[in-house]
Write a new protein. Structure first.
Length: 210
């Protein structure tokens, strides 16, 4: 899962899960701080950044609160835009542009996960820099993604499934936190948006699409 398993009561702690649940934590919902910092580096003139959230997601409120704290620390105004349907997605992008957002952060949610191409197309239509939590968004034409490596998480889950099938108890297997997080940048999109990616940020990228 991408959120905090302890906060949601699935496990007692990461080190000692207890109960009958363990697994791999992909940490999607803990990456917003770095994502906002990346957006700020690429769009330093932007005084306002939008956060696109699905209000039906149980993480939405806490994620928005944490993003607000990060935005304040960076001297930014954060505009929270709530989206739960195709119609609201179109309207949400129009709203954030009308309200002067200089960039947008996509919050983790299955609704956005299933629509990386649609979200990328809207960022292109409205000419707004965006960062996502899926690599597929960037390959579809979005500006950037900062994402946990799915393959690493699946590998860990597979290893644990094998150990449990051989008789080990989930309660005794610590929740594994993903350690591979990748920054993917689309320079073709940056050029189309009139952005220059700072060299230090370019040097930190794990993958550059040209």
């Amino acid at each position: 899962m991408g959120s905090d398993a302890v906060k949601f009561g699935l496990v007692a702690s990461l080190g000692r899960p207890g109960g009958n649940v363990t697994g791999a934590a992909l940490l999607f919902n803990l990456l917003a701080t770095k994502q906002l910092e990346f957006l700020h580096e690429v769009t330093p003139a932007a005084g306002s950044i939008a956060l696109l959230v699905n209000p039906d997601n149980p993480n939405a409120e806490s994620d928005a609160s944490e993003a607000q704290a990060t935005a304040r620390a960076l001297g930014l105004k954060l505009l929270v835009v709530k989206v739960r349907s195709e119609t609201e997605l179109e309207r949400g992008f129009a709203t954030l542009v009308q309200q002067g957002a200089g960039a947008v952060l996509i919050n983790p949610d299955p609704f956005f996960t299933s629509r990386p191409d649609k979200v990328a197309a809207l960022t292109a239509r409205y000419k707004i820099p965006a960062i996502h939590y899926l690599r597929e968004f960037t390959t579809a034409g979005g500006l950037a993604s900062y994402v946990t490596n799915f393959a690493d998480g699946y590998r860990q889950a597979g290893l644990y499934a094998g150990r449990i099938l051989k008789g080990e108890k989930p309660a005794d297997l610590p929740v594994v936190q993903a350690t591979k997080v990748e920054l993917v940048l689309n320079l073709k999109t940056a050029k189309a948006l009139g952005l220059t990616v700072p060299l230090p940020l370019l040097g930190r990228a794990d993958e550059v699409i040209e």
